[in-house]
Design a binder for this molecule. Structure first.
Ligand code: BGP
Length: 474
C-alpha cells in the first residue's frame, strides 16, 4: 500500500518568516523580530548577545518579510492551484496577545487568522497550525525571562483557550511548539531565553523545557476538551545520528545524540521523563522544576501524532582527529564523507529520512507527519524571469521516494508531508532571503528590496503533478 488516500500534501511556513506587518493590526514585538541579518544573528538567536530593541545599524528581515500579511489571498490561491491538501502556518502569539500577559485578546489579530483559515477552506486546504513557531512576545521575555518562568505556562494556556475556541471547526490539526528541541541549540530563537552573566545555561534550558512540556500537555488537554476532533502533534527537529565508525564509543555517542532530542518527544508522546535523562540531569546537577500534579498532567495528555522536520542526518565521532564539521539546521555535526551537501553545507541524505521515520515509528508507534523538508538554494531567474530549479525537484523527489519506502516497505503510518518554505521566505538560520526553498519565487533580496511579485518556479508544476498522482509520479 502506498500513501493514504487522504494523504495531506502541502507546504509549510512560519509567521515571522513570511508575514511581515510586524507593527500592524495591534501586533506586539516578539523575540523573532529582533534577530538581525549578519554576524550578530547567531549570537542573538543563541542567547549569547542581548538585542532587545531594534538597532538602526542592523537590518531585521522579519519586519516585512514577504508581506504575506497583506498578500495571503494571492498566496493561498497559488497553493490551491498546486493542489495543496494542507497548509502549515503559525500563529504569531503577539498578534493575539500583543504583550502576552493580557487577559483580553486582540480582536484584529484573531480576525486576521480567522480570515486566513477561511481562505484556506475556500480552496479545500486543511490548515495545520503551529501555535508557536519560535516566537515569544518580547514583553514576556523582558518581564518574566521567557520560558524560564512558570508563569509562561499560564499565558500560553490563555492563548490556547482563545484560539481553540475561536477556530473550532476551522482548524483541526495543531502543533504545540515548533522544533521543541531547538531550546537546547538556539535558546533565544527557540524559547526567548537570554542568559545572564554566570548563569547555569543548562539549568535554564531544562527548566524552560519543563515549562514548555507542561504547556504542551495543557494545550493537548484543552484541544481535546474543546473539540474531540482536534488532533495535536509535537514537533521535533529530527535527523538520525550515525556513528562515524563501528567503534563502540562512536556508536554510543550517536545513541546519546539521538536521545538528547528524543528527550522531548519521550515526554510528549509517552508521557514520562525517560530514565536516561533523569540520571543525566541528576549527574549534571540540573533540577527540573516539577510541582505537584505536573507528572500526572504529562502522563494524561500525550500527543496524537509525531511531527518533525528533516533536512539531514548527522554524524558523531569520539576521535578528536575526526573534526571536519558540516553545517546543518542550527546545530553542526561531523562531516559525512559519503554525502553531498547544499550550498549552505547541509548534507543531503534521503535514506536518512527513511531511517529517521523508522526510528520515530518504532519508538512511539503513533502516526508521523513530516512537516518540514526541503532544499535551501540560490535561485537565479533566467533571462525570461523563470527559475528552473531542477536541483530542488531532484532533492524533493529523492526524499519523497524515501518516505514512500518507509510507508510501503516498512509499514510506517504517515499522515502527510509539507515541504518547508513552499513560497520563498526569510531563512530562520541566516535571516537571508537568498536562501530559498519555494515553489513560488518572491522578488525580494537580502536587503529587503524588490517588488514582492510572486512567480512560479519549475518545481511548481512538478509538485502539482506529485500531489495529483498521490506521489506516484515523481
Ligand atoms: C527549521 C525551522 C524553520 C526553517 C527551517 C529551514 O529549523 O523550523 O523555521 O527556517 O528550519 O532553516 P533555514 O531557514 O535556516 O534554512
Amino acid at each position: 500500500m502506498s500513501f493514504r488516500k487522504d494523504f495531506l500534501w502541502g507546504g509549510a511556513t512560519a509567521a515571522n518568516q513570511c508575514e511581515g506587518g510586524y507593527n500592524e493590526g495591534g501586533r506586539g514585538l516578539a523575540n523573532v523580530d529582533l534577530a538581525p541579518v549578519g554576524p550578530d544573528r547567531f549570537p542573538v538567536i543563541t542567547g549569547e548577545k542581548k538585542m532587545f530593541h531594534f538597532d538602526e545599524d542592523h537590518f531585521y528581515p522579519a519586519q516585512n518579510a514577504i508581506d504575506m500579511y497583506h498578500r495571503y489571498q494571492e498566496d493561498i490561491a497559488l497553493f490551491g492551484e498546486m493542489g495543496f491538501k494542507t497548509y502549515r502556518l503559525s500563529i504569531a502569539w503577539s498578534r493575539i496577545f500583543p504583550l502576552g500577559d493580557e487577559t483580553e485578546p486582540n480582536e484584529e489579530g484573531l480576525k486576521f487568522y480567522e480570515d486566513l483559515f477561511k481562505e484556506c477552506r475556500k480552496h479545500n486546504i486543511e490548515p495545520l497550525v503551529t501555535i508557536t513557531h519560535f516566537d515569544c512576545p518580547m514583553h514576556l521575555v523582558e518581564k518574566y525571562g521567557a520560558w524560564r518562568s512558570r508563569e509562561l505556562v499560564g499565558f500560553y494556556e490563555n492563548l490556547c483557550n482563545v484560539i481553540f475556541n475561536r477556530y473550532k471547526g476551522l482548524v483541526k490539526y495543531w502543533l504545540t511548539f515548533n522544533e521543541i528541541n531547538m531550546i537546547l541549540h538556539a535558546p533565544f530563537m527557540g524559547a526567548g531565553l537570554y542568559f545572564e552573566e554566570g548563569e547555569n545555561k543548562e539549568q535554564v534550558k531544562y527548566q524552560a523545557a519543563h515549562h514548555e512540556l507542561l504547556a504542551s500537555a495543557i494545550a493537548t488537554k484543552i484541544a481535546h476538551e474543546v473539540d474531540p476532533e482536534n488532533q495535536v502533534g509535537c514537533m521535533l527537529a529530527a535527523g538520525t545520528n550515525y556513528a562515524y565508525t563501528c567503534k563502540p564509543e562512536d556508536v554510543w555517542a550517536a545513541r546519546k545524540a539521538d536521545r538528547e532530542n528524543f528527550f522531548f518527544i519521550d515526554v510528549q508522546s509517552r508521557g514520562e521523563y525517560p530514565a536516561y535523562a533523569l540520571k543525566e540531569l541528576e549527574r549534571e546537577g540540573i533540577e527540573l522544576p516539577i510541582e505537584d500534579g505536573d507528572l500526572e498532567l504529562l502522563k494524561e495528555h500525550t500527543v496524537d501524532f509525531i511531527s518533525f522536520s528533516y533536512y539531514s542526518s548527522r554524524v558523531q565521532s569520539t576521535d578528536p582527529a575526526v573534526n571536519e564539521q558540516t553545517a546543518g539546521n542550527i546545530f553542526a555535526s561531523v562531516k559525512n564523507p559519503y554525502l553531498e551537501a547544499s550550498e549552505w553545507g547541509w548534507q543531503i541524505d534521503p535514506l536518512g529520512l527513511r531511517t529517521t521515520m523508522n526510528d520515530l515509528y518504532d519508538r512511539y508507534q503513533k502516526p508521523l507527519f513530516i512537516v518540514e523538508n526541503g532544499l535551501g538554494a540560490v535561485d537565479s531567474p533566467d533571462e525570461n524571469g523563470n527559475v528552473v530549479d531542477d536541483y530542488r525537484i531532484e532533492y524533493l523527489a529523492a526524499h519523497i521516494k524515501a518516505m514512500k519506502d518507509a510507508v510501503e516497505l516498512d509499514g510506517v503510518d504517515l499522515l502527510g508531508y509539507t515541504t518547508w518554505g513552499c513560497i520563498d521566505l526569510v531563512s530562520a538560520g541566516t535571516g537571508e532571503m537568498k536562501k530559498r526553498y519555494g515553489f513560488i519565487y518572491v522578488d525580494r533580496d537580502n536587503e529587503g528590496n524588490g517588488t514582492l511579485k510572486r512567480s512560479k518556479k519549475k518545481s511548481f508544476d512538478w509538485y502539482k503533478k506529485v500531489i495529483a498522482t498521490n506521489g506516484e509520479d515523481l
